[in-house]
Design a protein around this ligand. Structure first.
Ligand code: ZN
Length: 71
C-alpha cells in the first residue's frame, strides 16, 4: 500500500516539474512582419505562442505556459 502512495506522490512531482520546465519541441522562427521597432517578433512553430525580444536570438522558453491557469 505504501508503494502505491509513493508512486502517486512521484507522479505529482513529475507532473509539476514538467509544467514548470520549458516546453520541448518549441521552435522560434522570426516573424519579420510583426517587428515593432527594435523588438523582434517570434512565433512558436510548435504551440503558436508569440514573443518579442530586444536582443539577438530567439526566446529560450515557451511563453504558452504563461497562459496556463493555475489550479
Ligand atoms: Zn511553444
Amino acid at each position: 500500500m505504501q508503494i502505491v502512495v509513493l508512486l502517486i506522490a512521484f507522479g505529482f512531482v513529475m507532473f509539476f516539474a514538467r509544467r514548470n520546465a520549458p516546453t520541448r519541441g518549441c521552435r522560434w522562427p522570426a516573424d519579420a512582419t510583426g517587428d515593432r521597432g527594435a523588438l523582434r517578433k517570434y512565433k512558436c512553430a510548435a504551440c503558436g505562442a508569440e514573443a518579442f525580444t530586444s536582443t539577438k536570438g530567439s526566446p529560450n522558453d515557451c511563453r504558452s505556459k504563461l497562459k496556463t491557469p493555475n489550479l
